[in-house]
Each structure stands twice: as structure tokens, then as C-alpha cells.
Design a protein around this ligand. Structure first.
Ligand SMILES: Cc1cc2nc3c(=O)[nH]c(=O)nc-3n(C[C@H](O)[C@H](O)[C@H](O)COP(=O)(O)OP(=O)(O)OC[C@H]3O[C@@H](n4cnc5c(N)ncnc54)[C@H](O)[C@@H]3O)c2cc1C
Length: 311
């Protein structure tokens, strides 16, 4: 069987997957390549470690319509591994490709390793309460959630093979009747380097101003627990963090009035430093935190904002 292939309709995620692909390359002794629709990124993929770049060239604008073309290509290449960026579109394509080629597919893998001549993955189950290890024989197809890995760094002077595959089998059942932009309120918290998370410890919406003041002082974005967005509607739904919301990978995550249920913590635990403020010293958030302040957020947040503003 031949090499390791990576596919994502998002070039940044493809570069994240190169980090995994390059580790597999070392353990499997096989080449690593990127399948892409983005021809303008071909040199960047080679610089980030790809040995080969396959550009799919077709007329269809919908990335998921290229499942047949990806399957044909992998079949011809006799690929050992396909790593797919776990976006909605990526998972759609991965499932179709796996069905066409009748291979195993693991979704949402957090680690991907080469063990006993097959692929071993881990992923969270039971809402993040347990980690499941799965072994898949080759060829193995795996989706990896965005931002699980950092992008493979660019190396100057790398050479690689770049080729184009003309695609005409992109028939799709989708027809577009209308296009309108998604209206987002504020920044994308999933890429913010500092985030203050607010929870039900806040008694009323107006009190969020305390968190916003501190956020302004330290250059942070505001995130929240599900109830704050979905039940109270104090913040838009794209601001809630957790298993069914956004994933945050911040340098600093400060949780204020958040108990730290696993469904929330799953969305923040990849942050570098977690700080928690809660009146209940037994709140589970303290088990996930690097620094904890047992105290009333109504006292602590203004003190923190004041101390930082004085600096
Ligand atoms: C299938 C499923 C999916 C879910 N997905 C998500 C998800 O993606 N994201 C998510 O967030 N939740 C999710 N939940 C809900 C989750 O289980 C918790 O209910 C939720 O995270 C709790 O939110 P909270 O911490 O704001 O509230 P609470 O659990 O009520 O905690 C409030 C905390 O504030 C503290 N507090 C109170 N007053 C003060 C004060 N003055 N100063 C300091 N601290 C104070 C309390 O001690 C307490 O620890 C999900 C649940 C289910 C069943």
C-alpha cells in the first residue's frame, strides 16, 4: 500500500493534519500527500512537509461533491491512510469516501498512531467522560476535529511533487436557491487567544458588564456556558463553549461562575492556562483549572479589572 493522504476543504486545517501525517510518515515509513481543491496553496503544503500535492480540478463549487473523485484517486494510489479535517463538510466527504471504498472510518480522533500494522485512534465518548481507543486495519480513514493540532511549520527550500487531476464526476443533488451571509455578533471565540467564560453564577444580564470590562482590559473575548446562550439568551449561541458548542484553545481561559460540568470543560481543556472563580470550593471547574479563586465573582472580577488597569 502507498502513502498517507490528507484532505480538507480548509487549507489551514489541512496544514494542521500535516502535523499528524508527518508523525505517521516517520512511524510508517511512507510518503505524505495533500489532496486539495485550493491550487494556490500547493507550495505552502510542500513547505509544510507534504511530499506530494494532488489538485482536484472540477467545476463544482461544493467540496463534498468531490467524494467520488477522492475515492477514485485513493483507490488508484492504494492509499494506506486518509486524514480528513473534521468539519461538517469534511465528515460528509469522509463518510461517502469510506462507503464507496468499503473501509473503516473513525470520526473525531484526537490522536492517530501507527500500532501493530494498523491505525490506532483515541476519541472522547460519553460527553467527554471517557476516552475510547479504536484500532482500524489499513486502509484507515480518520477525521480529526479542527484545531486539535497546530499547523505544521513551513520549511524553506522543500521540494515535492505537484499534479492536477481533472474531475468531471462531481454530480450533486444540491441546488442553490439563495445565498445569504451568516450574521455573527463579535469575533470567533474558537481562535481567540484569551477568553473569559461566563456562567450561571451571574444573576442578571447587566452584570456581564463586569466580565466585559475585564475582557477589555486584557484583550479577551467573552464566551459562556450553554444555559447563558440557549436558555437565558444573554449571549448569541456562537459564544457558548462545550461539547455541543465552540471549542476554545486559548492561551488563557478564565471561567467565572461556571461549575465546570464535563460538557463545558471538554470545550476549554486544550487551553494553556485555565483560571476559575467560583464561590463553591467543591465546584468541578477547580479540578480542570491551573489557578482557582474561591470567591464571589461580584467581588473578584472588579478587583482583577482594577488591578490590571492600574498596571
Ligand atoms: C447533552 C448535553 C450537552 C451539553 N452541552 C453543553 C455545552 O456544550 N456547553 C455547556 O456549557 N454546557 C452544556 N451542557 C450543560 C452542562 O451539563 C451544564 O449544565 C452547564 O455547563 C452548567 O452551566 P453553568 O456552569 O453556567 O451553571 P451551573 O452548573 O449552575 O454553575 C454555576 C456556578 O456558579 C457558581 N456561582 C454562583 N454564584 C456565584 C458567584 N456570585 N460568584 C462565583 N461563583 C458563583 C456556583 O457555585 C456554580 O458552580 C450540556 C448538557 C447536556 C445534557
Amino acid at each position: 500500500m502507498s502513502g498517507i493522504w490528507i484532505y480538507s476543504e480548509d487549507s489551514m486545517i489541512a496544514k494542521e493534519l500535516l502535523t499528524v501525517g508527518l508523525a505517521l510518515k516517520v512511524s510508517m515509513g511512507k510518503s505524505v500527500g495533500v489532496i486539495t481543491l485550493a491550487s494556490e496553496e500547493q507550495d505552502a503544503f510542500i513547505a509544510a512537509g507534504a511530499d506530494k500535492v494532488c489538485i482536484l480540478k472540477g467545476q463544482n463549487p461544493w467540496p463534498e461533491s468531490y467524494a467520488g473523485a477522492v475515492a477514485d484517486f485513493l483507490s488508484k494510489e492504494q492509499a494506506s491512510v486518509l486524514l480528513v479535517g473534521g468539519t461538517l463538510r469534511g465528515k460528509d466527504l469522509a463518510a461517502k469516501v469510506a462507503a464507496i471504498l468499503k473501509t473503516g472510518l473513525v470520526t473525531d480522533a484526537l490522536t492517530v498512531g501507527y500500532v501493530n500494522n494498523g491505525i490506532e485512534t483515541t476519541r472522547l465518548i460519553y460527553g467527554g467522560l471517557a476516552i475510547r481507543t479504536e484500532a482500524v486495519s489499513l486502509p484507515a480513514f480518520v477525521t480529526v476535529p479542527p484545531r486539535t493540532y497546530t499547523e505544521a511549520p513551513a520549511m524553506a527550500g522543500r521540494q515535492g511533487e505537484i499534479f492536477t487531476v481533472e474531475v468531471d464526476n462531481t454530480a450533486s443533488g444540491v441546488s442553490v436557491s439563495n445565498v445569504c451571509p451568516i450574521i455573527r455578533e463579535g469575533a470567533d471565540i474558537s481562535t481567540a487567544s484569551r477568553v473569559i467564560g461566563v456562567g450561571r453564577g451571574f444573576s442578571k444580564k447587566e452584570d456581564l458588564a463586569m466580565a466585559e470590562k475585564l475582557a477589555q482590559a486584557i484583550g479577551a473575548e467573552i464566551g459562556c456556558t450553554r444555559g447563558i446562550a440557549e436558555d437565558s439568551h444573554w449571549l448569541p449561541s456562537e459564544r457558548y463553549i462545550g461539547i455541543s458548542g465552540q471549542k476554545v484553545k486559548a492561551e488563557l481561559y478564565l471561567a467565572a461562575g461556571i461549575s465546570g460540568q464535563v460538557q463545558h470543560v471538554v470545550g476549554v481543556r486544550d487551553s494553556k492556562i485555565i483560571v476559575a472563580i467560583d464561590t463553591n470550593e467543591k465546584a468541578p471547574i477547580f479540578a480542570a483549572a491551573d489557578y482557582g479563586i474561591v470567591g464571589d465573582l461580584y467581588e473578584v472580577l472588579p478587583l482583577l479589572a482594577e488591578a490590571i488597569e492600574k498596571k
